[in-house]
Ligand binder design. Structure first.
Ligand code: HEC
Length: 321
């Protein structure tokens, strides 16, 4: 009896402390065992860029994409095969990483509570050769999403941000890792996209109105090393990738028996420059995994997927508690 009282009292004090903001609310509020996940194949894309996929001579799907078909309508189910083709030496891959697997299968779950959206990734990267490109992180897990404001992202997911003149791509300029190198960017930030990439940057005021209209992508990322705390990053992509100095996204991860379990989370509404995550909207999302100390384009990517809150047609419906 005495003991139970004590426990009750502790619980009450804890609850009051949360209400009063003395203790942070527990960030692992989700019981993941009750959430159904979906398998997503992330494939190695080599140097296939927006320009390449839009060029009929280099990509059979170009014309139909322009006309009516989104990428996934032809590619769903064929990602592992694509990865196998692209990861070895081929016209789209001048510097293959010896022994690298062509794809990674991830089971992904979405959930939310009153405050936060949570995204959980579970995957075994397999035997990944150490590419030695990123000394800091063994693995990185990322997602990029939009709320329907970016036309190209809605139809092509991450491919809207993947360009032939970005760092480590065929027309990438500047020494690798240099401050001036081009990152990911969206076609809408350029005046006249050309065969070789972006065309000219739009004037600053145009970019500012695009940003104000929400025509940018948001990304969340976790930098991972086995046995160490996950390091969160977040930012936006419009004319370039801009990382926020102090991320609001949090990340947690474990690596056991060859398998990563990674959770990314942030508040549903944070205010600019983040996107509001609200019921009734469908978000286009793409996932990426850098495995084996890789950087830049040497990652695995997914075709475009969708998520929404509570109900509606989407690949991932994040349910509340
Ligand atoms: C009408 C169907 C269709 C659409 C739409 C389509 N593709 Fe393809 N894609 C193909 C076919 C067929 C191939 C294989 C032959 C080739 O490369 O032309 C291919 C090849 C590829 C490859 C190289 C890997 C491989 O399997 O050969 C990538 C990467 C790719 N497509 C990405 C995309 C992206 C990104 C989009 C959307 C912007 C897209 N595709 C839209 C049909 C399509």
């Amino acid at each position: 009896m005495e003991k139970r009282m004590t426990h009750e009292r502790i619980a009450i004090v804890a609850a009051l402390s949360v209400v009063m903001g003395l203790w942070p609310a527990p960030s692992r509020a989700v019981d993941w065992s009750t959430v159904t996940g979906k398998d997503v194949v992330l494939f190695y894309p080599a140097q296939m860029s927006w320009a390449t996929v839009m060029t009929q001579a280099e990509h059979t799907g170009a014309g139909r994409f322009r006309k009516d078909k989104n990428c996934r309508e032809c590619h769903d189910g064929a990602e592992a095969f694509s990865g196998e083709q692209l990861v070895v030496a081929n016209p789209m891959e001048p510097s293959p990483i010896e022994g690298k697997p062509g794809s990674v299968l991830a089971n992904i779950k979405f959930a939310h509570d009153a405050e936060q959206l949570y995204v959980r990734f579970e995957f075994a990267p397999g035997a990944q050769p150490n590419a030695g490109m990123d000394a800091k992180f063994d693995t990185k897990v990322a997602m990029m999403f939009d709320d329907g404001s970016v036309y190209e992202m809605k139809r092509a997911g991450c491919y809207a941000a993947c360009h032939i003149d970005s760092a480590s791509m065929p027309k990438g300029t500047g020494p690798k890792g240099a401050a001036g190198e081009k990152t990911m960017y969206l076609p809408g930030s350029r005046t006249q996209p050309t065969r070789d990439g972006g065309g000219d940057l739009k004037p600053a005021q145009d970019l500012a109105s695009l940003r104000a209209a929400g025509a940018f992508a948001e990304y969340w990322q976790a930098g991972l090393n086995p046995g160490a705390a996950a390091v969160p990053h977040d930012g936006t992509i419009l004319e370039k990738r801009e990382e926020h100095a102090a991320p609001v996204v949090t990340a947690a991860a474990t690596f056991e028996e060859g398998k990563w379990v990674v959770t990314l989370s942030r508040k549903l509404k944070v205010g600019a420059p983040y996107k509001d995550i609200v019921p009734g909207k469908t978000y286009t999302v793409g996932f990426a995994i850098h495995a084996g100390h890789t950087n830049r384009r040497f990652h695995y990517v997914s075709m475009e997927k969708t998520f929404t809150l509570d109900q509606g047609p989407a690949d991932f419906v994040a349910n509340g508690p």
